[in-house]
Ligand binder design. Structure first.
Ligand code: ZN
Length: 252
């Protein structure tokens, strides 16, 4: 086993290792390492489930990738608990694979093919534990140069603005993700949190959204990539995302 240099681009060899070994942080191919982007910024996007990254951070990912930032995507859970699974008569593992596939396609569009290969930690949807996420982030950060910022694709469950009724922020996997991010912040990582799509127009925070024709095309393609499961699961949120030009609202 070799130690991986960060960043890592997808290769067939890397993918095979990832598929074989599951949550394979720490494995990869040093021969394909990229140079840091022009700004020298690196960001880890941390999503509780597949689709949270696009619903909350599409505008930011479009912006940051066009700045040449080095972007990684880490999803905490396998996403297998979606109700769409029954509707499509899919096995659990097949559901996970399909969700990862649509997320990877959307990620490629949002980053215009410049993002790192998405990492799915594969913890059970609905039951991920805080220390599990922290342990994987620790391993990831140990292999990355510098201290990339951590952009969390959910928001504080325990702030008054998150209540009532914003089930996205209150979902146990989202709560665990925020708690894990706070532990990373305590270790010195700069952390930002992304508001629920229903809050991006009513609360303050740094705003990012698609502005150029190419960014709007990539956003539309990314949303289409989620047509099989994501849009069937939360169609209103995807429609809102499209109407808002992928608006993200990011805060402390
Ligand atoms: Zn979620």
């Amino acid at each position: 086993m070799t130690t991986t240099a960060w960043p890592r681009k997808a290769t067939t060899a890397t993918l095979t290792l990832l598929l074989t070994l599951g949550a394979a942080i720490g494995l990869g191919n040093t021969a394909t390492a990229q140079q840091p982007g022009p700004r020298g910024y690196a960001t880890v996007i941390l999503a509780p489930h597949q689709d949270d990254e696009i619903l909350r951070l599409a505008g930011y990912i479009l912006y940051a990738s066009d700045q040449g930032d080095d972007l990684a995507l880490v999803t905490a859970t396998d996403g297998g608990a979606t109700a769409v699974r029954q509707k499509l008569d899919l096995a659990y593992d097949q559901t996970v694979e399909w969700r990862n596939r649509e997320q990877a396609a959307a990620w490629a569009w949002l980053t215009d093919g410049r993002g790192q290969e998405p990492i799915n930690l594969g913890f059970p949807d609905g039951a991920v534990q805080v220390d599990q996420i922290v342990a994987e982030l620790d391993r990831l950060y140990a292999e990355m140069p510098g201290k990339p910022e951590l952009y969390v694709a959910t928001w504080h469950h325990d702030r008054p603005e998150s209540k009532p009724g914003h089930s996205g922020d209150q979902h146990p996997d989202h709560v665990a993700t925020v708690q894990a991010a706070r532990i990373m912040a305590a270790k010195g990582v700069t952390v930002r949190y992304a508001l629920h799509p229903g809050k991006v127009n009513s609360m303050s925070g740094t705003r990012y959204e698609a502005t150029t024709p190419h960014q709007k095309e990539r956003l539309a393609a990314a949303i289409r990539s989620y047509g099989t499961i994501g849009k069937r699961s939360v169609s209103a949120l995807f429609n809102q995302l499209q109407a808002n030009n992928g608006r993200s609202r990011v805060t402390w």
